[in-house]
Design a protein around this ligand. Structure first.
Ligand SMILES: [Zn+2]
Length: 341
């Protein structure tokens, strides 16, 4: 009887709180605050006090000093935060969908920590139903990854996350490209590692931070030949062919050779001289042209690197490098350009 009375009072209190739109305690009880707009960051025109009070339930902004209402009927730009359930958690949103997860992160799963003895006991779950639910949980998890396509997608996404070394936004793009290819049946008969490596290569190149095929092949553990064939295939399919320019490799080589950052200025200067003379550098490998320019800039700025060191970083042969250097020297001499700026 006494207990009945207490629970009745409690529920009444709860209803009253809901009516008054008052915050309750516990998880999810804090309501996102309305950001102050420009007009409410300066002191009050009437009394000069800077103390704006926002009343969310009335939709008013008033002065804490004199009480003048500065804004009414204001729109709450926050999340819709009413709980129509009888529980206290008022959140109803999750993280944004992402391509780096096979189901874009939009799934419902049975949390394993709800089924451990402590938590389950607190919710009044018997040992038998706990066992049953654990079994259902396993079945549920398995059903999500049973189809081979989605299972492959999970593995591919994992590879892109672990091995690509791309920043978050580019991982997202690589995963999207893989998903597209997988839906077109491109992955069938090819290795997941190979296709993810090709996706990584393409995304990195399109975003202007190119990777070299041997490096990508090594991290993804695929054969170079297979990878370059796949890259060509994909770029033809999506018309992604892009003429890469030597400029894209400058930063990469400068940091790989541990040259001082101001080498970049010298390289840029040499490039600005070379750039108009397309007959010299177009049709040559951009990595080779970049390597030759870096070599020249490094020697001229007094931080000489050997040809072998540069060839190792740029992955071109010394013969190629020397050939390009001869061409460059010929051009710079004919222009009377000392190379110094
Ligand atoms: Zn005031």
């Amino acid at each position: 009887m006494v207990q009945d009375e207490t629970s009745r009072r409690e529920s009444e209190e709860k209803k009253k709180m809901q009516r008054d739109n008052k915050a309750r305690g516990g998880i999810g009880s804090s309501r996102p605050q309305r950001r102050l707009v420009n007009g409410h960051t300066s002191p009050c025109d009437e009394c000069g006090v800077l103390n704006w009070v926002t009343d969310n339930s009335r939709g008013e902004v008033s002065c804490g000093g004199c009480g003048i209402v500065a804004e009414e009927n204001c729109i709450d730009p926050g999340a819709e935060w009413t709980n129509h359930d009888s529980t206290t958690d008022r959140s109803r949103v999750g993280a944004a969908p992402t391509y780096t997860l096979a189901d874009k992160g939009l799934n419902t799963s049975i949390a394993s920590n709800d089924l451990t003895s402590g938590a389950a006991g607190r919710y009044g779950m018997s040992a038998k139903s706990r066992r049953d639910w654990r079994r259902r949980r396993t079945i549920d998890e398995r059903s999500k990854s049973r189809q081979s396509r989605s299972r492959n997608l999970i593995r591919a996404n994992q590879m892109i996350r672990d091995k690509s070394g791309l920043p978050r936004s580019m991982q997202e793009e690589a995963c999207r490209l893989y998903k597209l290819l997988s839906h077109q049946g491109f992955v069938t008969g090819r290795s997941i590692a190979g296709v993810t490596a090709a996706c990584t290569y393409h995304v990195a190149r399109n975003e202007g931070v190119p990777r070299q095929i041997p490096d990508v092949a090594e991290t993804f553990e695929v054969a170079e030949k297979e990878l370059s064939r796949m890259i060509r295939h994909i770029s033809r399919r999506f018309n992604m062919h892009k003429v890469s320019s030597p400029t894209e490799y400058f930063g990469l080589y400068i940091s790989a050779l541990k040259l001082p950052p101001n080498t970049q200025l010298q390289v840029d200067h040499l490039w600005s001289v070379l750039n108009p003379h397309v007959h010299i550098w177009q049709g040559k490998r951009p990595t080779g042209v970049a390597a030759a320019l870096i070599y020249k800039a490094a020697s001229e700025s007094g931080n000489k690197r050997t040809q072998a060191e540069i060839c190792k970083v740029a992955k071109v042969s010394e013969v190629t490098l020397r050939g390009l250097l001869r061409l460059l020297d010929g051009l710079f001499n004919s222009l009377g350009e000392s190379g110094q700026n």
